[in-house]
Design a protein around this ligand. Structure first.
Ligand code: HEM
Length: 149
């Protein structure tokens, strides 16, 4: 490396890395019976492009995403899609497999995987690993509910 400070984007391998990663991810999304129907367009290529330019910008590469799409507001942009625990885990599984195909050092792999896990948890908008409605309000394991029960 010729420069003393380098971006994560460059460390990962720049445009080639993000293009390959996101493509490998979308090959899997296209075959997933839960994820695929969530995508409104019949052609996944534009969605693939949006994820790629978002990730490139996030990791310090070109800011094409903001120029084309404005502020990311990713949670808001996902609000219309029913993302439960299953969808979240499928998304992460597709990404884990796509990442495994890339030639990354253990450190870089760890860094981006940690990010994806956190981001996917943040995008989940249906909390279905809680007890069914009604159960939580009557069982207070502390025994210190305000009503004194
Ligand atoms: C947790 C499971 C997730 C599901 C089921 C999901 C699903 C979707 C769907 C259905 C779309 C619309 C496709 C389109 O662009 O037309 C979308 C868009 C997008 N997703 Fe996700 N997503 C998930 C997590 C994530 C995560 C973790 C990230 C980032 C790390 C992400 C980044 C994006 C981006 C950048 C867009 C395009 C936003 C825009 O500019 O319109 N998604 N996602």
């Amino acid at each position: 490396m010729t420069q003393s400070s380098t971006t994560w984007y460059e460390a990962f391998g720049g445009n080639e890395f993000f293009t390959d990663l996101v493509h490998a991810f979308y090959v899997r999304v296209a075959q997933d019976p839960i994820l695929r129907p969530m995508y409104p367009e019949s052609d996944l290529a534009p969605a693939e492009q949006r994820l790629r330019i978002f990730l490139e910008q996030y990791w310090g590469g070109p800011d094409t995403y903001s120029q084309e799409r404005g502020h990311p507001r990713l949670r808001m942009r996902h609000a219309g899609f029913p993302i439960d625990e299953d969808a979240r885990n499928r998304w992460l599984t597709c990404m884990a497999e796509a990442l495994a195909e890339q030639d990354l050092s253990a450190q870089l792999h760890e860094e981006i995987w940690r990010y994806f896990v956190g981001a996917a948890i943040a995008m989940q908008n249906i909390v279905d690993d809680d007890p069914p409605a009604g159960i939580a309000s009557v069982s207070d394991p502390s025994g210190n509910s305000p009503a004194g029960h």
